[in-house]
Each structure stands twice: as structure tokens, then as C-alpha cells.
Ligand binder design. Sequence first.
Ligand SMILES: [Zn+2]
Ligand SMILES: [Zn+2]
Length: 382
Amino acid sequence: MQAAVLREPGQPVRTEMVSLEPPRQGEVLVRVAAAGVCHSDLNLADGLMGTGRWPLVLGHEGAGVVVAVGDHDTEPRPGDQDAELRPGDHVAFCLVPSCGRCRACRAGRRTLCEPAARSSLLGTMLDGSTRLRDVRGNRLGHAFVVACFAEYAVVPLAGAVKLPPLIPLWQAALLGCGVVTGFGAVKSAGVGLGDSVCVIGCGGVGLQVVAAARLAGAGMIIAVDRDAESLERARRRGATHLVNATSGDPVETVIAATGGGARYCFEVVGKATTLRDAFEALAPGGTAIVVGIAPRGTEVSLPASGFVSEKTIKGCYYGSGETHAALGAYAQMAIDGRLELSDVISHVIALEEVEEALGRLRRGEGSRNVIVIDEQVAGRAS
Ligand SMILES: [Zn+2]
Ligand SMILES: [Zn+2]
């Protein structure tokens, strides 16, 4: 099959012929319909997430149709929430295939699942091996235990969430990273009616934060970005104020607009400067939620006086919630017309164009790039 392979950071990502082994016990083979290009793909391609994983097949946000299920235990294991998956089922990928048994999972922190994090770091399946090989027979890794920039993907059962068939797969592709991350961040923060919210970074995830804040009933939603088109998209998704960070100090603007700072600031960039901005733009007692994933080694300095004003800064990974249940709920909201997915998509592209999409992300151009891999199944041409 064709797949987008990252040979080494700094090298362009190219489409190659690769082979994929059948799913083993507890795994599923999915025909990929469409996949979103996320900032984490770029960080991986630029070598900013640590070494040791490449060469690998990129991609972690996507949707498709189940082709085959590996032999599995007669006794379903705890954590195998989707052991009932059948060929023909529509699924979204979940990049944290929680085991349900480790310390984090048992404490209800499934997005911190230890074995899932280990596999993600190594670029392997949960058993530490890979199903992918290049034409010379050399091992290829699976980006984020998904590797969906390819015609097919083998993922753990817990890495595929069944979707209602009504949702078009080219849009459902966004559910498994951008939507679950953005909506989960707003839910876990506890944004309520009338709260002032600032969102720094309006890319594929930040635009979901804006939409979630609107649905949560936030009063003022201030979108901050350096790209005018992304700000316009944020306005269409419910932002009440737009701040272009290329002109003037965004912190001062947010403090002036809110009359003293925002109740919640979501940082969706992953940079030391914007992390500090998120903390500084808070009202006393406010909370900054760090959603953006900063390159490894990034350090942040914060004005300690903020702690006297009872400001909080906290991390949020992959929505910090029950991913499988959340994905189902968001899919239903999209079907009911309460969550618009397609308006965050700035480019619909073919698999061969991944490198161009990474270039746009690197330059901060556009929002979500969606790769249509199977037009028939995705319901949309590239
Ligand atoms: Zn992502
Ligand atoms: Zn676990």
C-alpha cells in the first residue's frame, strides 16, 4: 500500500510503497478514508518530540472503515471497550489506546495510560513490535500508535472508536485529535455560562476550543492568532473578539477587553512565549490550560506574582477525559447540526501532498489540512 513515510527529521515526507501485516489478537485493520494533518505530525517530522521513532508512517488523526478484526480473547478484557468492532463499522482513530489496567487507567486518568504512552514514544504497537515494513523489508514505526497517512492502518482495538454511519468520514477524521483535544480541554476546565475565555492559537485544535467554549455558554471568547484567515474562522465558530498578535501586545489587548483579564486562557500553540501570555492574560483567580504541545526541552518562566492572585496553570493532554465516550458524543453533535466540523478545514489534499501541508503548518498558514485517501469511502474528493 501507499503510505507517507518520515525517514528522518529534516527530510521531506514522501509517499512510499510499504507492507502492512494483518492485525493480531486485540488489533483491527482499517481502510483509511481521510486523515487530518496536526501540529504533532509536524513536531514529529521536525524531530521536536524526541528521537528513536523513525523511520515511521506518519498520521494520528483520521477515520475509516473496519476491514478485519484480529483473533481476540473469548473473555473481553477490561479496557477493550470496542471488542465488538465488526468489518464495515465506521471508526475514528484514538491515539491513546488505553489499557484499562495500568495505574493511570485504574485512577480514571485514561489519557495518561502508561503502556499507551510507552508505545507512542517508541512508535510501536502495544506489544512493542510493528506491522509495517518498507520495500526492502526494513521495519517502519507507527506514529502515535495510529500511522494513518496510509491506505490502511492496523491499530489496537482501543485505538478505534465506532462511529454512527451518518457522519461523513472526511469530517469524522477530525474527531480523534482536534475535536477531542479542544472540546475535552474546555470540558475539563469547567467553562460555564458567561465566563470570559481567551484562546491563543486558532489552528485545527484552537478552533475546536472556540466552538466548545461557545457551546459551554462562555460570555466573551477572545481569539488570538497571527493569521487573519484563522481569526476569521474563529469568528465564524463563535469568537466574540479577534486579536491579531502581529499588531501590538496581545496580553494588554485581552486585559483591556475583559476589564482585568480572562477567567480562562487556553494555550493552543506550544511555545514558551504564548504559555507565558496565557498566564499573564488571566484575571486574578483565573486558570490557564496548556493544550499546545511544546517541543521537548522547552522551558517556561512565569511571573510568580500571579500565584498571589491565585492564578492556576495546568496541563491538558488529549482532552483529559473518557475519550471513547467523548468521541461518540461529539459525532452525535455533528450529526445533529450542533457541531460544525468542516469549517475548520482549510485544505483538502491527496496523500502525496503531506509535505506541502506540513510546510503550511510550519508557516502558520491555513487551519486543518485533511488528506482524502479513499474518495468513495470519505464522501469527498481531494
Ligand atoms: Zn494531533
Ligand atoms: Zn492504561
